[in-house]
Design a protein around this ligand. Structure first.
Ligand code: TRP
Ligand code: SF4
Length: 407
């Protein structure tokens, strides 16, 4: 269906990825996945498993990655990604990502990578791992290759990834600047100018200055008219002269933009950011008994020592869950019951448990056939990878030609 729509009206392209380093949890669902699902019907979406990116930090524990690649895709499908509407693929199956990464690396100053804030932050945070590797330094540039190879316009990611998208834009700009012109461009321009009358060349040079230095739009208009209407020039010669006049190269790579996903409104069970490593997460496909157990164990407003002590929802992580899972009437019941000690905390938690289980119900139903027959998941990833690779190959043809690697 998507493919047909595409032929009729090209839609903006979206690309995003996740690292397969652990089971996805409700923080991922509310912070990112829900948004991915919404986007799939609005734009042309590519979503991929960033297993190479996982290796930059887990190169000593590849079993974790291996275990989570297809588990993560099942979580995506459970959340509602529809392979008929979006393209789901595996990074390491598309070697063109590595090729573009290598080519971008040639002209990328090391300082650009060293000053990306996540570089030092993550090294600090993950002290138990040796991240003084070449691969980890290159993390954002590999991400740039992921994005640029699909000429994606939008990258739905959280605030923490914004600096990586900024680096991607810089890499694209640099590439277009370096290679957006054909090889021997200047010499060829001189040859082409030599075809024209001396007077015309003088006029062109004058109005080129007026356009490039003074932004004179009339000068541009006049020159483009002259160039395109000149009978002695071939089409490549006209294009070359126009590029020379404008002072721009061809945009081989497209500068993407962040499509900011608002930070997840759902914190972890203890009120901190939900994360598997903080032990405060509920997995998307967590079993019912575990969900009940985890919510019942959640800390509450410390002021409520006894059942008769009043509390304040603002000081309680359970309230943050009510804000996501409960309707207005239930929320009202929580606020007044908490402040007046009219309800107990276990009582208060029940609607949260019910809300999580209700949200999970359709996800478990969607996951079920994939768990029963994992081959379907592999087929989905195979088909998506094939589709993505076709696009990646096309971009690499342009990229190689632009650099002049077509000897
Ligand atoms: N760095 C991203 C993260 O940790 C994952 C990722 C890799 C990605 N390549 C990407 C996200 C390209 C968006 C686009 O979440
Ligand atoms: Fe938190 Fe509800 Fe207990 Fe109030 S009644 S402290 S909101 S769990």
């Amino acid at each position: 269906m998507t493919q047909n729509n595409l032929a009729v009206a090209p839609r903006d392209r979206v690309l995003s990825g996740m690292r397969p380093t652990g089971a996805l949890h409700l923080g991922h669902y509310h912070g990112a996945l829900k948004n991915w699902v919404r986007l799939q019907s609005e734009m042309e979406c590519f979503y991929f498993v960033a297993d190479w990116h996982a290796l930059t930090t887990h190169y000593e524990s590849r079993e974790i990655i291996e275990k989570n690649v297809y588990e993560m895709v099942i979580d995506w499908l459970a959340a509602g990604l529809d392979p008929a509407q979006c393209t789901i693929f595996l990074q390491s199956r598309i070697p063109e990502h590595a090729e573009l990464f290598t080519l971008l690396a040639m002209g990328t100053p090391i300082s650009w990578l060293e000053r990306v804030p996540t570089y030092k932050d993550q090294q600090e945070k993950l002290k138990d791992k040796d991240l003084s590797t070449y691969g980890f330094l290159g993390y954002p540039l590999l991400q740039a290759a992921d994005i640029l190879i699909y000429k994606a316009k939008w990258v739905p990611v959280g605030e923490d990834q914004a600096s990586h998208v900024e680096l991607t834009r810089e890499a694209a700009r640099r590439f277009n600047h370096l290679y957006g012109k054909e090889a021997h461009f200047d010499a060829l321009v001189q040859q082409t100018l030599a075809v024209l009358e001396k007077d015309s060349v003088k006029r062109l040079e004058k109005s080129r200055k007026a356009w490039q230095q003074g932004g004179d739009a009339k000068a541009l208009e006049g020159a483009v008219g002259f160039i395109t209407g000149h009978a002695a020039l071939s089409t490549p010669e006209r294009e070359r002269l126009e590029a020379w006049f404008r002072g721009t190269g061809k945009a081989v790579l497209t500068e993407p933009q962040v499509l900011l996903t608002t930070a997840s409104k759902l914190p972890g069970l203890d009120g901190a950011k939900m994360s598997k490593s903080y032990n405060n997460a509920i997995a998307i496909r967590e079993d019912k008994a575990q969900i009940e157990h985890k919510v019942r164990r959640m800390p509450t407003d410390p002021a409520r020592v006894k059942r008769s002590d009043p509390g304040d929802p603002e000081k309680c992580p359970v309230w943050q869950f009510h804000r996501v899972y409960s309707d207005a009437a239930t929320q009202q019941w929580v606020v007044s019951g908490c402040k007046s000690a009219g309800i107990g905390c276990l009582e208060c938690k029940q609607p949260v448990i019910d809300g999580i289980l209700a949200e999970q119900q359709p996800m478990l139903a969607r996951a079920e056939p994939y768990l029963r027959n994992p081959k379907i998941v592999r087929d989905i990833v195979d088909a998506g990878t094939e589709r993505a690779r076709t696009t990646a190959r096309e971009t690499m043809k342009d990229v190689r030609a632009a650099i002049g690697l077509n000897y």
